[in-house]
Ligand binder design. Structure first.
Ligand SMILES: [Mn+2]
Length: 443
């Protein structure tokens, strides 16, 4: 069975546990950028997870009734449109190729869906996720209700299907892990390529171009998110995009970039010196962030909590802030005080990771599921979860902060797959230690 059909079978089983019903999962709309030009099309992640189908204007319907059924609504074959826009499967070929029980033209959905919703207990869909879907569902429900006097009943309950799907998507299967490993490899090579290209006088966009070249030439369809290429003081702007600032001798460059491959994201940050050689102060803070990351990686293992990594990294970073004089002991007190009072936030203001998958900030609860009313503890890590581990330090000029550290911004980010005994760093091919980075940049 193909992985998508396997996942559909699992969703259907979960729907059955809740009394059965009909699930409706549309793909994403096409979005116009300007005039006649669309944004590059990206299908909906939930839809793709259950179909592997990448055409726009499609909807998956799953029926957990007397028998299980998976039905695709998609665009009809259309010779005229295919000349302009390219191949379409059409319902017949899509049914065969993707293993659906039935497939219909998307144009017939308004007449077909009310039939499929007749005498069904529950509707499963992404409640309130899209105005269009809400409006469609209202219309379909009304046409089922219109047949009440003919003895046809309409669904009486709605369940947010994302609750089922998010839990499934949080644990990656082998098919997904293989793709994520390839995405991580491509992004790792892209970072190494940017390091090798770097030299004073180039601009941030030159390095961005190197990243894009590597992504695309290795088969990635898109960057998974807007690439950050930030040199000098720009590295202290957390969501800075690659701009046109000049790379200057003696400055660092922070690159946060990853490709999307076959619908799966990778997410890597590396920080390196423009000229290939770390200065003393840069080295001091770099080692600190690297040690913080190692502490987080060490507690990324099954049975640990999602926040254990953040707590471990934070402890190392906060101690380092005291040791380097970024924070003045006389003002802020001990390590425990710094953590309790949040003084570290002057230099470390984000969390240490997030789930990663089809979406770069992937779905999945960050809290464990517990009975209603109980305090929800942070999520317990399990094999198959993938998360980023990305501590950093950002020093904006300020009174009392040693000048040698001003405008240094460093983040080190890897993608970790939780395994049976610990974690695998999927992005291990991206040079990371000072020795590795300096060696790559010397070559
Ligand atoms: Mn990230």
């Amino acid at each position: 069975m193909n992985p998508y059909a396997q996942r559909r079978a699992r969703v259907l089983a979960k729907m059955r546990e809740q009394g059965g019903g009909v699930a409706i999962i549309p793909t994403a709309p096409e979005v116009m950028r300007n005039a006649d030009a669309d944004y590059p099309y990206r299908h909906d992640s939930y839809f793709y997870y259950l179909t592997g189908f990448t055409e726009p204007e499609a909807t998956l319907v799953l029926i957990a009734g007397a028998t299980d059924q998976a039905i695709l609504f998609c665009r009809e074959k259309n010779e005229e449109r295919e000349i302009w826009d390219g191949y379409r499967y059409g319902p017949a070929a899509a049914k065969e190729k993707f293993g659906f029980d039935a497939a219909y033209a998307i144009d017939t959905i308004d007449t077909e869906l009310p039939k499929l919703m007749a005498n069904v207990n529950a509707l499963f869909y992404a409640l309130g996720s899209s105005q269009k879907l809400d409006t469609q569902i209202q219309a379909w429900l009304n046409s089922v209700r219109a047949q009440a006097r003919a003895g046809i009943s309409s669904p009486s309950k709605a369940v947010d299907i994302r609750v089922l799907l998010n839990d499934m998507r949080l644990i990656k299967d082998e098919h997904e892990i293989a793709i994520m490993q390839r995405a991580a490899d491509i992004s790792s090579h892209a970072h190494a390529r940017a390091m090798r290209t770097s030299k004073a006088g180039l601009r941030e966009y030159h390095l961005e171009a190197e990243l894009l070249h590597e992504f695309r030439s290795q088969g990635s369809q898109f960057p998974a998110y807007g690439s950050i290429v930030a040199t000098g003081a720009n590295a202290c702007v957390l969501h800075y995009r690659a701009g046109d600032a000049e790379l200057r001798d003696g400055d660092l460059v922070l690159i946060d970039a990853g490709c999307e491959l076959d619908s799966y994201a990778s997410d890597i940050t590396r920080t390196f010196p423009v000229n290939g050689k770390f200065s003393g102060p840069q080295k001091a803070l770099y080692e600190l962030v690297l040690n913080a990351q190692a502490a987080a990686i060490a507690v990324t293992a099954p049975g640990k909590r999602f926040t254990d990594g953040h707590d471990a990294a934070l402890k190392v970073l906060a101690q380092g802030m005291l040791d380097t004089g970024l924070l003045n002991k006389n003002n802020v007190g001990s390590l425990d005080d710094v953590i309790a009072n949040g003084d570290y936030r002057q230099f470390y203001m984000h969390r240490t990771g997030h789930w990663l998958g089809m979406d770069v900030h992937d779905v999945g609860d960050y809290r464990d599921h517990v009975p209603e009313g109980e305090q929800k503890p942070w999520r317990t890590l399990m094999p198959g979860m993938v998360l980023t581990i990305e501590p950093g330090i950002y020093v904006r000029p300020a009174e009392g902060v040693p000048k040698e550290f001003w405008n240094i911004g460093i983040r080190i980010e890897d993608d970790a797959l939780v395994t049976a005994s610990g974690c695998d760093i999927l992005t291990h091919k991206a040079p990371k230690t000072i020795a590795e980075i300096e060696a790559v940049m010397r070559a």
